[in-house]
Each structure stands twice: as structure tokens, then as C-alpha cells.
Design a protein around this ligand. Structure first.
Ligand code: BV8
Ligand code: ZN
Length: 267
């Protein structure tokens, strides 16, 4: 099992005074909580295509199929627990002078792990809104006999997530962009870096001179942009970085996780 050496450069960057750290997470950070990712092996999209389900057109065409998919995912999320990556990121928020967590995930696991202000770019699957008047509708879903939920205004109720072709919440996206512009260190954890505009935040941070780190077992569409790519599962790597930065643990780790290796693209 190859140990991973968290580079001195990364540790120095993270232990600098008043360091500002920004983290973008994707579905991969919840993989070790048992929630399927979208595009990697066994992911959601293996049996569905985003266009078929996560779009307003799909909802207009076949609201029941869309609701059945979300009801299935709500059950998965309800049965899932935050994993060590979620928990450690909540510790980073408490321990670092400047820390911003931006997530594409809709599973709410960062909040359940103790993160106080995650920027949820794509909404939250456990909540519902009216498709017409956008009023919040709590966590209502399909009725006991599969009845489609309807708003008092007559509009259809839907999960409070951002579908493909829909704009992201303006203020949240603006705050995320401003954080990326000020970042000293930018982590992209567990995302294939395909979905926009979330993936573009890495360019914003790079432009602003941040040190970029990707944590993902696989290469992604944007790996070349990153200064270091830590190839392994977030649930192992994130806590190990925390040990080096906050607990002063010494060099390298053999955390019992196989095949972690570092690819660095020293710029
Ligand atoms: C927008 C909520 C503009 C729903 C999601 C045509 C028309 C309109 C827009 C577009 C278009 N063509 C392209 C676009 C842009 C489009 C887009 O990006 N499409 C992609 C497919 C190219 N974007 C949009 O439509 C966005 N809106 O552009 O609006 C606009 C402006 C004004 C007015 C009108 C319109 C909206 C995008 C949001 C879509 N909603 N989710 C739901 O969840 O049901 S996106 C969905 O993908 C999830 O949020 C998910 O998080 C996200 C991103 O995927 P990833 O998180 O990266 O997941 P993935 O499976 O891909 O990767 C997982 C990674 O984890 C892998 O790399 C794997 O190796 C790694 N991994 C696995 N295990 C681990 C691990 N890593 C670490 N540890 C492990 N253990
Ligand atoms: Zn309504």
C-alpha cells in the first residue's frame, strides 16, 4: 500500500497566517456514505441520463417518474451518514481563519456533519418548492398512493434542486465566485469537473493565484489545471491532511488506503 506524502508546499500553504481555503465538493465526497455518484462506475446516470430526469422538460413530460427517482434518492440520503471527509471539512471550517465550503451535492450531508454554511449551488434534495410560484413546501413528496403533490396556487411541487438548464441561485453563486477570487488554497474534491458553472470556479481561483489541489481517485476533465492531484478517496485523504495541518502529525501516511499517489503539476 503506497503511502501518500502530503507535500510540504501544501502544508505550508495551509498553515500560513490568515490563509483562505475554498473547497468545492461533488458527488464523490458522498460516495463513501453509500450515495451513488452520477458519472463514475455504478453512478446514478448509469441507469438514467440527466436529460431524462434532472430537467424541467422531464418534469413537465413525466412528473411521476421524476418524483419516483427523487423519492428513491431521498430514501438513500435519509439512510446515509456523513463520512470522515464531511466530518473533517466541518473541522476545517472551525479551525481555519478563512474557510468556504461550496458543494454541488444536494444530499445535505455537509450540514449533517456540522458544516455551518455550505454554499449549496444545486439546492437540497430533502426540500420541495412549487414549480410555478417557487414557494417553499417543506419536504413534501409523492402521496401514499403515489399522488403528485400540488401547491395551493395550482402549481406542481418539485424537489428544491437546480435542474440542467435552470439558473443557479444567484446570490449563492456570487458568494462562491467571490470566495474563489480570494482563495489562497482551492480544493476540488470528488467532482468530475464536468458540470458548469461550478467547475469553472477552479479557473477563478487559479486566475487569482491560488494553489489548486484535486482529490479524486480518477483523473478529471480539469486535472491538468491543478498543482497537485491526490489520487485516492476523500474519506481517507481529507482527514490525513487535517492530521498534518491541525494535529502536527509527521511525514507521510500509510493510512491503510491502497493506491494513493500524488501527481503534481508543478507550475
Ligand atoms: C445553467 C441537482 C444556465 C439535480 C445537478 C445546455 C443547456 C443549458 C445548460 C447547459 C447546456 N449544456 C451545458 C450546460 C450547462 C449545464 C452543464 O454543466 N451540463 C453538463 C452535463 C455539461 N449546466 C446547467 O444546466 C446548470 N445551469 O447552466 O444554467 C442558465 C442561466 C440563466 C438562465 C437559464 C439557464 C445547472 C447545473 C446543475 C444541474 N444539477 N444536480 C440532482 O442532483 O438531481 S448536477 C449534478 O452533477 C449533481 O449536483 C452533481 O453533484 C453534479 C456534478 O457532478 P459531480 O458531483 O462531479 O459527480 P460525478 O458523478 O460527475 O463525479 C463524481 C466524481 O467523484 C468522479 O470524478 C469520481 O472519480 C469521484 N469519486 C468517486 N468516489 C470518490 C470520488 N472522489 C473522492 N472520493 C471518493 N471516494
Ligand atoms: Zn405555487
Amino acid at each position: 500500500m503506497s503511502p501518500i506524502v502530503i507535500s510540504e508546499r501544501l502544508i505550508d500553504a495551509l498553515t500560513a497566517d490568515r490563509v483562505r481555503v475554498v473547497v468545492l465538493t461533488g458527488a464523490g465526497v458522498s460516495a463513501e456514505s453509500g450515495i451513488p455518484t452520477f458519472r463514475s462506475a455504478g453512478g446514478y446516470w448509469k441507469s438514467y441520463r440527466p436529460e431524462d430526469l434532472a430537467t424541467p422538460e422531464a418534469f413537465a413530460r413525466d412528473p411521476r417518474t421524476v418524483w419516483e427517482w427523487y423519492a428513491h434518492r431521498r430514501r438513500l440520503v435519509a439512510g446515509a451518514e456523513p463520512n470522515p471527509a464531511h466530518i473533517e471539512l466541518a473541522r476545517w471550517e472551525m479551525s481555519l481563519a478563512g474557510f468556504t465550503l461550496i458543494t454541488q451535492n444536494v444530499d445535505g450531508l455537509h450540514r449533517r456533519a456540522g458544516s455551518r454554511q455550505p454554499f449549496e449551488l444545486h439546492g437540497n434534495i430533502t426540500e420541495s418548492i412549487c414549480h410555478r410560484c417557487r414557494q417553499s413546501q417543506g419536504s413534501v413528496g409523492l402521496g401514499p398512493k403515489g399522488e403528485l403533490p400540488a401547491c395551493a396556487c395550482g402549481g406542481k411541487i418539485r424537489p428544491a434542486v437546480v435542474w440542467f438548464g435552470e439558473p443557479l441561485p444567484q446570490r449563492t453563486l456570487q458568494l462562491a465566485g467571490e470566495a474563489a477570487e480570494r482563495a489562497d488554497v482551492y480544493f476540488s474534491i470528488g467532482t468530475s469537473s464536468i458540470v458548469q458553472p461550478a467547475a469553472d470556479l477552479a479557473y477563478v481561483a487559479k486566475e487569482a493565484g491560488a494553489y489548486l489541489i484535486e482529490i479524486n481517485p480518477e483523473e478529471t476533465a480539469m486535472s491538468r489545471l491543478f498543482d497537485e492531484c491526490l489520487r485516492g478517496p476523500a474519506g481517507a485523504i481529507v482527514p490525513e491532511i487535517g492530521k498534518r495541518v491541525f494535529d502536527g502529525e509527521s511525514h507521510g501516511i500509510t493510512s491503510g488506503v491502497k493506491d494513493i499517489h500524488v501527481e503534481s503539476h508543478e507550475s
